[in-house]
Design a protein around this ligand. Structure first.
Ligand code: NAD
Ligand code: DAU
Length: 371
């Protein structure tokens, strides 16, 4: 039985992890610590809080003493650190916030675990798992081999640089203080509860509400998409079987350009409207409500500065050593994700607050249509 501190548990992947973990490990104690930034939504884990399956603590990972006291008082033996500023475009606007949370915050959380667990952390079965990204490895050319765990770090955005710095701190805490740490470097996740600033949920909501679908540059950038449920299972395998000090790449083994993925989403929405007449009344602004193709909304806009061209993750290590396999392929995963957003309108209406609308207007005012 584990006693977990899940930081960032009100965000996209953290919330999915909490749902997954509480269902798979009903006897475990789960405490969520989240600062509830614009990206954190209590609604994503409300059923778990309301039924007493987890305890929610509102707080910042930068509060070392408070977190050490929480870990000690709750006798927590496992930290899974999802808390972060996670959006590349926002990091280009405001790098300092990313350094504060992703670098200094991670260091404070490492310090809190060290304070609470002491020198016997390894013997006591304690574990600090840090959730990182493939973006620390930089960008690949079209023909380059996928990132492995030994690919040199070459982060290109302030977000990626802050995550790279955090990874180095995790490694240093393991090496210098013997804190039992592991790291996972995962590719682009998608699925339920994703904040609609990221490409896929933004595209779904824009199609439903008849707004343009902004494609940065030529739209031929490649991401390696992984359904969030597979990421949660990968972390579970690492917690169960990895030795401390190991890092693990996790990816979905997909290599479709953004334009193709957004085109597929559009087709899925068109098909959903064709199959369910009620959707036209719920979303009258959507082209699909008038029988037009959703892809007519695609608009090429000014590119992201320093935009990484291609990510590809080699998951060979976790597959061969820990038995990881992908459970949800891209096409069915996108279909279930579209269905989830259609079925959870109250959730996404709740998160597209004033802050989101202001950010969206500012963001896309700075991205005029190309050509
Ligand atoms: P998210 O932005 O949806 O959620 C982040 C959560 O962290 C939010 O609930 C937010 O309130 C919380 N948070 C932010 N600052 C905090 C602070 N100082 N103290 C406590 N809580 C704070 O992010 P996500 O997409 O769920 O990503 C989770 C983690 O996974 C991040 O570390 C991210 O770098 C990493 N990751 C994300 C992806 C992806 O595709 N989304 C892929 C690989 C790795
Ligand atoms: O690779 C893992 C990373 O994936 C995570 O570490 C990050 O937290 C997560 O945000 C994600 O980063 P990306 O920058 O790849 O994700 P995003 O959804 O912002 O963009 C995906 C691709 O789509 C990227 O090539 C930029 C492009 N894009 C994005 C948006 C928001 C567009 O063309 N139009 C858009 O409006």
């Amino acid at each position: 039985m584990r006693r977990l501190l899940v930081t960032g548990g009100a965000g996209f992947i953290g919330a999915n992890f909490c749902h997954y973990w509480c269902a798979a490990h009903p006897a475990d104690r789960v405490v969520v610590l989240d600062a509830l930034t614009y990206a954190g939504n209590l609604a994503s884990i409300a059923p778990l809080i309301d039924t007493g399956r987890l305890r929610f603590v509102h707080g910042d990972i930068g509060e070392r003493e408070r977190l050490a006291a929480l870990i000690a008082a709750e006798t927590l033996d496992t930290v899974v650190n999802f808390a972060a500023e996670s959006h590349v475009d926002r990091s280009l606007e405001d790098p300092a916030t990313f350094l504060r949370t992703n670098v200094l915050g991670t260091e404070a959380l490492l310090g809190a675990a060290r304070d609470a667990w002491g020198a016997q952390a390894l013997q006591r079965g304690c574990r600090f798992h840090h959730v990182s990204t493939d973006e620390v490895y930089g960008s690949l050319s079209a023909s380059a081999a996928a990132f492995t765990e030994s690919t040199p770090y070459a982060p290109n955005s302030p977000y990626a640089a802050s995550k790279a710095a955090a990874d180095h701190l995790v490694r240093a805490y393991g090496h210098s203080y013997g804190l039992p740490c592991t790291i996972s470097n995962c590719s682009n996740n998608y699925g339920p509860y994703q904040f609609p600033e990221k490409l896929l949920p933004l595209s779904i909501l824009n199609v439903l509400e008849g707004r343009p679908l902004p494609i940065y540059g030529d739209g031929l950038q490649i991401r390696d998409w992984l359904h969030v449920s597979d990421h949660c299972r990968a972390i579970e395998l690492i917690l169960a079987h990895s030795a401390p000090g190991e890092t693990w790449n996790v990816g979905g083994s997909t290599q479709d350009p953004n334009l193709t993925v957004v085109g597929l989403l559009c087709e899925l929405v068109d098909r959903a409207f064709a199959a369910d007449g009620a959707l036209a009344a719920r979303f009258p602004q959507s082209p699909a409500a008038a029988g037009r193709a959703s892809r007519s909304l695609i608009q090429h806009v000014r590119d992201r500065p320093g935009h990484d061209r291609r990510y590809a993750v080699d998951s060979g290590k976790i597959r061969e050593r820990l038995g990881f396999s992908i459970g949800t392929a891209l096409a069915p995963g996108l279909e279930s994700t579209v269905r989830w957003y259609l079925g959870n309108e109250a959730w996404w209406r709740g998160v597209v607050s004033g802050e989101y609308r202001e950010w969206y207007a500012r963001q896309y005012a700075a991205r005029p249509p190309d050509g």
